[in-house]
Design a protein around this ligand. Structure first.
Ligand SMILES: [Zn+2]
Length: 215
């Protein structure tokens, strides 16, 4: 079972990927992490990537494919892969087909965590945490029981992340759409894309993903 997991920042993709790793022994292949790991480990592709990055240039599709190929070779045959942040372009998507086929694997599902942009803005901009113990709260969903006092530690100081603002959330959504636009039609044409309501609870999203993987 090999899947691509898609979702904008704030949709809970990381949480769901971790759950698939923990529950199903799948391996998350995140290109950014893998590139850094390959450079550090000094694999043939890593050495090539290092030289290019040191020259301040963007790593080519060929190198990204090399990194993915090396990661797939290192994967136990019974472990499924979760592709995260890859492919980004149609060329990469086609190259992924070849990488998988060469190893007797197939791409089984492309799962997109779907979000309502306005609801996502509300979800993200409303969150705040206790400055002392880190307990999480939300303007609309989880207020402290006594206004202005942390339920857990009694602190009266709270903080918000500076990037939890509407402009940042909308910019990230636009970036996400731009990144996935080149590959979604390709996978839709193959009937591989399935959408899960990313605004549902973590448990509901997880069970919807399980249902898709059980198909
Ligand atoms: Zn607290």
């Amino acid at each position: 079972m090999n899947i691509i997991l898609l979702g904008p920042p704030g949709a809970g993709k990381g949480t769901q990927a971790s759950k698939l790793v923990a529950d199903r022994g799948m391996v998350q292949l995140s290109t950014g992490d893998m590139l850094r790991a390959a450079v550090k480990a000094g694999t043939p592709t890593g050495a090539k990537a290092k030289a290019i990055m040191e020259a301040g240039e963007l790593v080519s599709d060929e190198i990204v494919s090399g990194i993915i190929g090396e990661a797939l070779d290192a994967l136990p045959p019974e472990s499924g892969a979760i592709f995260d942040g890859y492919p980004r372009t149609e060329a990469q998507a086609l190259s992924l087909d070849g990488l998988l086929a060469d190893r007797g694997r197939t791409l089984d599902h492309v799962i997109e965590l779907d979000v309502d942009e306005d609801a996502l803005v509300e979800r993200i901009t409303g969150r705040f945490t206790c400055a002392k113990c880190g307990a999480g709260y939300h303007d609309h969903f989880i207020q402290p029981k006594a206004a202005g006092v942390c339920d857990v530690c009694g602190s009266t100081e709270f903080k918000r992340r500076p990037d939890d603002n509407e402009e940042t959330v909308r910019t990230r959504m636009a970036e996400y759409r731009a990144k996935t636009a080149p590959i979604l039609p390709l996978y839709e044409a193959r009937g591989l894309v399935e959408r899960v309501d990313g605004m549902a609870s973590m448990e509901e999203v997880a069970s919807a993903i399980s249902a898709i993987l059980a198909d």
